[in-house]
Design a protein around this ligand. Structure first.
Ligand SMILES: [Zn+2]
Length: 275
């Protein structure tokens, strides 16, 4: 009740303050309101000797909020603070279209060690990455979501025809010369491409997520999926199937999930920094 009465009280006070005065054009003023002193830093005095108290000074001293619309020359006094302007993208929600390409498939096994086919590892890791990216709000299209042959050109071609924001081909590595080779390796068509930026981001986020060794990023202009992609494109090699200890990791679902987190993190990081 008291709060409802207050605006009326304020109006009455303003009228009551229209009193005769003389002397300076403006001066500080103290008034007593409901028994409490209230200091107004500046009250104005017209040539006719009328004391005018600024609406804002008095209202704000009383805890009201004042706004002024100069177009309609309207002052508004309210109990509540005006709504602050909506924050510009409070939490930036990422949107985008990502094409993930699990390498090989169908009759193309890719590398094969210890009874494990690369095509199956690629699909398992890429599927997990796709799920994580969808959870992050992105649209993900897979070049294959089961064990089937997909021609190389159709892989990058899908990203091109969809106008995807980026393309990532997921593979596992093998070394014929180094039986100890371990770690994450990424590639892009060339060092000047946007794909190179993507490939370097992915290498870092995958190493971080999986605790993997660093096998670097290289330009691979002869890889068809990279060369023919018209969108930022990278190829990731998740680890070395030819190294038994790393093959055991690559075949383990929890390590696959770590790698998938690394891929998803890299994609999100790249998209965020390229906008
Ligand atoms: Zn491969």
């Amino acid at each position: 009740m008291k709060r409802l009465l207050s605006p009326l009280l304020l109006l009455c006070t303003l009228l009551a303050l229209t009193v005769l005065a003389a002397g300076a054009d403006s001066r500080p003023l103290s008034i007593t309101l409901e028994g409490a002193p209230l200091d107004i830093p500046e009250a104005y005095i017209t040539p006719e000797g009328v004391t005018m108290v600024p609406l804002r000074a008095l209202s704000e001293a009383l805890g009201f909020h004042v706004s002024w619309d100069s177009a309609s020359r309207t002052a508004s006094i309210s109990l509540e603070a005006p709504e602050p302007p909506a924050a510009e993208a409070e939490e930036e929600v990422l949107s985008g279209l990502v094409v993930l390409d699990p390498g090989h498939g169908g009759s193309a096994n890719g590398a094969a060690y210890g009874g494990v086919a690369e095509k199956d590892l690629n699909l398992a890791i890429a599927s997990q990455a796709a799920r994580l990216l969808e959870e992050a709000g992105l649209t993900v299209v897979m070049t294959r979501s089961d064990d089937r042959d997909i021609p190389l050109y159709r892989r990058s071609g899908l990203a091109n025809s969809l106008g995807a924001d980026l393309f990532v081909s997921v593979h596992c590595n093998a070394s014929l010369t180094n039986p100890e080779a371990r770690g994450v390796y990424t590639a892009a068509a060339d060092r000047q491409s946007e794909g190179w930026v993507l490939a370097e981001v992915l290498r870092q986020t995958m190493m971080d997520a999986a605790g993997a060794e660093d096998m670097g990023t290289e330009p691979r202009p002869n890889l068809a999926v990279l060369r023919t992609a018209q969108v930022p494109a990278a190829l990731v090699e998740c680890g070395y199937m030819s190294t038994p200890a790393e093959l055991a990791l690559l075949a383990a679902p929890d390590y696959q999930l770590q790698l998938a987190h690394g891929i998803a993190e890299g994609v999100v990081t790249y998209l965020a920094q390229s906008r």
